[in-house]
Design a protein around this ligand. Structure first.
Ligand SMILES: [Zn+2]
Length: 171
């Protein structure tokens, strides 16, 4: 299968920068990210650390959803489908769009082999893929033009077969 993100990624040797459609990306091993996550958990607790990482992902999802809708002239649904394909292409695991209901403002996505869960290790107290959860919520926030919240009821890091993300209207 063709990886259009990688094949269209631009590299500037001068700037030491990777960009896709003028959006900067960086390649990073997952270990530093997970190390940081665990350090934050040790400081502020599992729940709060999750919220903070979620907020970071949220901004990314909002910005990317908006940007790629504009660049490719996509509908909201197409933008979500694009982001799911992109997730796999940038190494965030294999994304499956399970449900997108714009009327009910519900988005459900399952992800196989999340690098965040794989590197976190087993026995987690709950879902640990807060960046993915945040990205999907940010994306849904734009697509539904509504406040949303997102949960990860299943996660590889707590022994489930895959990670599952459910975005629903906020309260
Ligand atoms: Zn997970």
């Amino acid at each position: 299968m063709n990886n259009t993100i990688l094949s269209e990624l631009q590299w500037s040797a001068e700037a030491g920068a990777l960009t896709f459609k003028d959006v900067r990306y960086l390649l990073i091993r997952p270990e530093p990210v997970i190390q940081f996550q665990k350090a934050v958990e040790a400081e502020v607790g599992f729940e709060r650390a999750g919220e903070l990482l979620y907020e970071g992902g949220f901004v990314g999802g909002q910005l990317s959803g908006r940007r790629y809708k504009e660049v490719f002239g996509l509908s909201d649904r197409e933008a979500v489908e694009f982001m799911c394909r992109m997730g796999a292409q940038i190494g965030w695991g294999r994304f499956r769009l399970i449900e997108m209901d714009s009327k009910a403002r519900r988005l459900t996505v399952e992800v196989d082999r999340s690098p965040f869960a794989e590197l976190y290790g087993g026995g987690a107290a709950g879902g640990v893929c807060h960046l993915i959860r945040g990205v999907l919520a940010g994306l849904a926030n734009g697509a539904f033009a509504a406040e949303v919240r997102a949960v990860e009821p299943r996660c590889l890091a707590r022994g489930d077969a895959c990670c599952r993300f459910e975005v629903v209207p906020a309260a």
